[in-house]
Design a protein around this ligand. Structure first.
Ligand code: FMN
Length: 195
């Protein structure tokens, strides 16, 4: 069952946006290959500058032995809970355009958009995800053998949800915390900047 924590929106937005959130209680249960194929298909259809598609995902499942250990070794202490998830990935952006080798200043922007597509596809599959900036970003390329033309963006835990009452109290409190957002007037300005 997908864990319900619907966004308390002020207006009736799309259901996948309402349903997506970032739980902490992951089950180690295997995720079927068809579901992995499906969420990467959602990624494929994200927009990107010059259709460069600079996003890359290096993922390891709990069945992937040493490869998985390497990915797990990148988690900072505060994100070790993510080791429970069946899928753990590091996202990368290609820093240069394939066509001319020039810097692609939009690479991380495009990666973030692709991750958004991924996150929005998952609730329909009964899967949860949690994106993380807390990882050894600078060590990622070396530990995972990724060429220097790629820069790490985030780590993402993906899997089936688990019973949250099994979490340590501190994580349970975070899992149950109310969902909050800044009001629109603080980020959308008509005509003139207002800060
Ligand atoms: C780029 C990025 C980095 C994040 N880093 C972490 C992290 O290191 N640890 C963590 O527990 N959550 C992390 N999060 C999750 C955010 O805290 C979460 O998305 C935010 O509080 C909003 O909650 P919601 O996703 O449930 O709507 C990160 C999210 C993003 C998009």
């Amino acid at each position: 069952m997908y864990p319900e924590k619907p966004a308390p929106t002020q207006l009736p937005i799309l259901k996948p946006i309402i349903d997506r959130w970032s739980p902490l209680a992951f089950s180690p249960k295997k995720v079927e290959q068809e579901k992995i194929d499906l969420f990467f298909e959602a990624v494929r259809w994200a927009p990107s500058s010059f259709n460069e598609q600079p996003w890359r995902f290096l993922y390891a499942t709990r069945d992937d032995g040493d490869d998985r250990m390497k990915v797990e070794s990148l988690l900072v202490q505060g994100n070790k809970w993510a080791k429970e998830a069946y899928i753990l990935m590091v996202t990368f952006a290609k820093k240069t355009f394939a066509a001319n080798g020039k810097e692609n200043p939009h690479a991380l922007y495009d990666l973030g958009c692709a991750c958004g597509y991924l996150a929005l596809q998952l609730p329909s599959l009964g899967l949860i995800c949690h994106q993380m900036g807390g990882f050894l970003r600078d060590a990622s390329n070396k530990i995972l053998g990724v060429p220097s033309d790629y820069t790490a963006g985030t780590m993402i835990a993906i899997g089936y949800p688990a019973d949250p009452t099994l979490l340590p109290q501190e994580l349970l409190d975070r899992q149950n915390a109310p969902r909050e957002r800044m009001p629109r007037r603080e980020f959308a300005f008509r005509g003139k900047w207002s800060s």
